[in-house]
Design a protein around this ligand. Structure first.
Ligand code: TYM
Length: 387
């Protein structure tokens, strides 16, 4: 890892980021044609989020896929910090994770960190973030994960699944490593300082549940990377395979800067927004366009810095050819922002209508997803022998 401090931490991230620079600072690898082809070979299909490099960087994706191909034990792991309602930025990695679960046919371990968000957010009680955990679970179910293959851990309620692993993990991490990775200071509360231990421990839970070293792949936004560097450093000394990652780009908010974030409600599109409200937010959004239609026709817009175009690119236009046409129509001034926004508003509204129907049905399904209804917590003694 270079010494430069990245602008992206798990809690603050800009959306129009220089993703190549991030890979360099984080020490991850760009996802090349080689890994894209390997994934396609293994699952028999390509996802537009890979083709287009919405998921654009990785660590050991190739080693994970080779292990899967050899028939070794593998699992997926991702998560959510319930600081508010789910927005479309959270849905993005879950759509891709669901595809991976379907294609690989393996279990997904899903961590909900109500403790993290209680520690991090001013003014929240633990019961608030815990209530939000259950709201967010409805969205997770609505995305379409398989109940028999998706195991949700809610930190505040299921800590016995993680605690023996976390105790071992904590002993391997010094405060100076934490500070460098997360930018903690003397005034950071000690809940936050302990928290990374739990996010890291969860990457080793599949090994303890199955009682054998398990290769874990973590699909998540690039903002979560600081945890994985530490997890990979300490994994071998605890007897676990290093967890692999596939990193996604961040959906911007509807304002001029910043990722879509629960802490900026006016520029986020929530899964609970009534479709009409979401449409209005989109119609009011900042764009890469010119101040007037006349200037737009003359000078063209700037799709590279436009949150509306990014929403098409990262989620709402899976057809590469159509995306490219949109890009050039904007750049050459043929497409005006109003029209581009209106089309997106329709697509988002349709998505929300369908998602909200599934979210309603999900209310009766929560129990089927909770790990506590399916597996016993692992014993204190590790089931994984150090190799
Ligand atoms: P959280 O709740 O901030 O984010 C959940 C997932 O959504 C991704 N994400 C985004 N992706 C695209 N565009 C955005 N604007 C955007 N905002 C968030 C995040 O990268 C993440 O994949 N500490 C974690 C919870 C957690 C976790 C994990 C996440 C625990 N274990 C394992 C991923 C993998 C958190 O607060 O995520």
């Amino acid at each position: 890892m270079a010494n430069e401090q990245p602008d992206v931490t798990p809690w603050e991230a800009e959306a129009f980021v220089d993703y190549n620079r991030l890979i360099e600072i984080f020490g991850a690898k760009p996802l090349t044609e080689r890994e894209a082809r390997l994934l396609e070979e293994v699952v028999g299909e390509q996802h537009f989020m890979i083709r287009r490099r919405v998921f654009y960087s990785h660590r050991d994706l190739d080693a994970f896929l080779e292990a899967y191909r050899r028939g070794e034990r593998t699992a997926l792991y991702t998560g959510r910090g319930p600081s508010g309602h789910t927005h479309l930025g959270h849905i993005l990695p879950w759509v891709f994770t669901k595809w991976l679960q379907e294609k690989l046919g393996i279990d997904l371990f899903f961590q909900i960190t109500d403790d993290e968000k209680f520690w991090h957010e001013e003014g929240y009680r633990l019961e608030d973030t815990n209530r939000m955990a259950y709201e967010n679970i409805l969205d997770i179910i609505a995305v379409g994960f398989k109940p028999e293959k998706t195991h949700i851990v809610i930190d505040s309620e299921d800590i016995r699944y993680l605690y023996p692993i976390a105790a071992r993990v904590a002993k391997k991490i010094t405060f100076s490593v934490q500070r460098a990775a997360f930018g903690f200071t003397d005034s950071t509360n000690v809940g936050m300082i302990f928290y990374p231990t739990l996010q890291i421990a969860m990457a080793f839970l599949p090994s303890e549940i199955y009682g054998e070293p398990t290769w874990v792949l973590i699909p998540a936004g690039i903002d979560q990377d600081p945890y994985w560097r530490i997890a990979r450093d300490i994994a071998p000394s605890l007897g676990y395979p290093k967890p692999a990652q596939i990193h996604g780009k961040l959906l911007p908010g509807l304002g001029p800067e910043g990722k879509m974030s629960s802490s900026k409600p006016e520029t986020a599109l929530y899964t609970t927004d009534p479709p009409e409200v979401a449409k209005k937010k989109i119609m009011r959004a900042f764009t890469g366009g010119q101040p007037t239609a006349e200037l737009q026709r003359k000078l063209g817009g700037n799709p590279d810095r436009c949150p509306i175009f990014k929403l098409y690119e990262l989620m709402f236009e899976p057809d590469d050819k159509k995306l490219e046409e949109r890009y050039w129509a904007c750049k050459t001034g043929k497409l005006l922002c109003g029209e581009c926004k209106r089309e997106l508003a329709e697509r988002v509204a349709k998505f929300l209508e369908e998602h909200q129907k599934r979210r309603e049905k999900a209310k009766d399904m929560v129990d089927k997803f909770l790990i506590r209804n399916k597996f016993d917590p692992p014993p204190v003694e590790s089931r994984v022998k150090k190799r």
